[in-house]
Design a protein around this ligand. Structure first.
Ligand code: ATP
Ligand code: MG
Length: 297
């Protein structure tokens, strides 16, 4: 980014479940960057279902106000009640609307091949629109036309991008059989959510996959996983999705060196395979994995 900042104001919203265990890990990773980024200034903010049960609201106005005063934010995860609760609606969905974060970007990367492994070829820029417009002709038809109109209205700016399209059911099938054929999938919320959980399985764990919610004026990192009530409170959640979300957020803001340092440290730890949480077959705690990553940063 071209903006020069003397400090970087980061809102932290751990929210529910393992969000409270992995967002502090991402904070430590950012702090370890030292002078590669402007001095981070963290603000701890409330939101979520647990907060709702205490306070009667899921997203207090103070949180929204504080985010408006911030440069960026990290969001953990929210628990969804198993049945409809009067007065409750998801704070992350609300924040995406309020802050106009229209794109949720979810890069799913296998950790770089170890030396001697097959080189991964990734040369073609290839965007695939995922839809079901043969059945949902109005809504998905609109989505498809809207995506197609982007290069058409861009006066040749995207000439190097080939747009393909595919029905969502066949996309799931091909994603499992030959994931390498996809570079970028563009999908509405529901298909994107399902496809990214599926893609997470291909790279080993939901605990590895980061995202950013991005708009023109704000960016919010958020792990793709949910609040994982089955493992919450045990100190064994994989912190990597959140740590990588911090890197993605910094990259989006233009702090490439800081982002690279975080990503390389994560890659090293995963490749070494010694300090891994149980979802990756290891027996390390969230804190141990975080410490190893921070040491390498
Ligand atoms: P939500 O409704 O919020 O999406 P969910 O329970 O459907 O919640 P997740 O919370 O994403 O979905 O969890 C899916 C599975 O993946 C669970 O078994 C959970 O323990 C596991 N999981 C998710 N995130 C992590 C993580 N960071 N580390 C380890 N396991 C994880
Ligand atoms: Mg989920």
């Amino acid at each position: 980014s071209t903006v020069t900042r003397s400090k970087l104001r980061i809102g932290l919203i751990p929210a529910d479940g393992i969000g409270r265990e992995v967002i502090p890990a991402a904070q430590t990773a950012i702090e370890a960057l030292g002078s590669d980024i402007p001095k981070p200034e963290f603000t701890h903010l409330l939101a979520g279902f647990e907060y709702f049960t205490r306070a009667g609201e899921a997203l207090p106005e103070e949180t929204v106000e504080a985010l408006r005063e911030s440069d960026c934010a990290l969001f953990g995860s929210v628990s969804s009640p198993s049945k409809k609760v009067t007065g409750y609606s998801s704070p992350i969905v609300a924040l995406r609307k309020i802050l106009d974060l229209y794109a949720n970007i979810r890069p799913v990367l296998a950790v770089a091949d170890v030396p001697g492994g097959k080189p991964r070829v990734d040369l073609v820029v290839h965007v695939t629109i995922i839809h079901k417009s043969n059945v949902l002709s109005v809504t998905d038809g609109l989505f498809r036309e809207t995506v197609r109109a982007v290069p058409a209205g861009a006066a040749g700016r995207y000439d190097d991008i080939t747009i393909a399209e595919q029905l969502v059911d066949s996309a799931v099938y091909r994603l499992f059989r030959e994931p390498q054929i996809y570079d970028i999938m563009v999908a509405p919320n529901l298909y994107g959510d399902i496809l990214s959980d599926a893609a997470a399985a291909l790279v080993g764990s939901l605990g590895l996959v980061p995202s950013i919610n991005a708009g023109d004026d704000f960016v919010m990192g958020e792990p793709v996983h949910g609040s994982a009530p089955d493992i919450a409170g045990q100190g064994i959640a994989n912190p990597i999705a959140s740590i990588r979300s911090a890197a993605l957020m910094l990259r989006h803001l233009g702090y490439l060196k800081g982002a690279d340092r975080i990503d390389s440290a994560v890659d090293e730890v995963v490749r070494e395979g010694i300090f891994l949480t149980p979802d990756l077959g290891g027996s390390s705690k969230t804190q141990e994995v975080t410490d190893e990553i921070v040491k390498r940063i």
